[in-house]
Ligand binder design. Structure first.
Ligand SMILES: Nc1ncnc2c1ncn2[C@@H]1O[C@H](COP(=O)(O)OP(=O)(O)OP(=O)(O)O)[C@@H](O)[C@H]1O
Ligand SMILES: [Mg+2]
Length: 229
């Protein structure tokens, strides 16, 4: 079974009487455990695509199935619950809650999902994995940009979702930290069969993914890391 199956997805924005077509009949299948890199120039619609797949935004047209669930059939409340349990997000601008410490940011994700894990134990294991064992009680404002990005990745993994959507997760990181984050992602994909859709401009990162897709004219086309600018 595919982890994600998308057919004929359309999404436009309307602003000042103008229609801006961003996604135009896009198709995509993601297998369980598959890692896919998405590239494309700024403004082409990569974040928009992640928001729609992540059910944060509804498409204008088309079908989106995640696992065996047709998400267009879910109400907003059902969607919120589904999203919390099944999808992990690493946003382009990490969106950590500024009033809460690193470990609290992870634990909150756990509590929202309504799962019965030991949220605190899991949060602490994950923060250790991303190299933040001694920063757990720092608030986002007391962390460096790269550290905040690592907390965001750890938070996306808190509920062990089958699908993780990451928007330039290594964008602000130095090479070593970026590599560590990559290792974590590929380990998880292999160990737990988690699927990753990763927006990245990092050729070396894309190279390690199972597939590289380019968003172009509102559709995804197969490309390779070598073709990345
Ligand atoms: N809420 C909105 N209302 C109107 N237009 C929007 C909205 N959000 C995004 N856009 C426009 O849609 C286009 C796609 O935006 P998106 O954020 O998906 O691009 P992107 O590929 O992620 O770019 P980047 O690489 O710079 O992050 C952009 O031209 C943007 O200006
Ligand atoms: Mg973006």
């Amino acid at each position: 079974m595919n982890s994600v199956s998308i057919r004929n997805l359309h999404k436009s924005y309307h602003l000042g009487g103008r229609e801006l077509q961003i996604l135009k009949g896009l198709d995509l299948d993601i297998a369980a455990g598959e890692t896919i890199a998405v590239t494309g120039p700024s403004g082409v619609g990569k974040s928009t695509l992640l928001h729609v797949i992540g059910t944060l935004d509804r498409p204008d047209q088309g079908t989106l199935a995640i696992g065996d669930v047709d998400v267009s059939a879910l109400s907003d409340n059902e969607l919120a619950e589904f999203r919390a349990a099944k999808i992990g997000f690493v946003f382009q601008f990490h969106h950590l809650l500024p009033e809460f410490t690193a470990i609290e940011n992870l634990m909150l994700a756990g509590m929202i999902s309504n799962t019965k894990n030991d949220h605190s134990a899991r949060a602490s294991v994950l923060l250790k994995k991303v190299g933040l064992a001694d920063r757990m009680d720092h608030k986002p404002g007391e962390l460096s940009g790269g550290e905040q990005q690592r907390v965001a990745l750890a938070r996306a993994l808190q509920n062990q979702p089958p699908l993780i959507l990451a928007d330039e997760p290594t964008g602000n990181l130095d090479r070593n930290t970026a590599m560590e984050l990559q290792e974590l992602i590929f380990d998880l994909a292999a160990e737990r069969k988690a699927s990753f859709l990763i927006v990245t401009h990092d050729r070396q990162f894309a190279q390690r993914c199972d597939r590289v897709l380019m968003l172009k004219d509102g559709q995804l086309v197969e490309t390779s890391a070598e073709n990345m600018k």
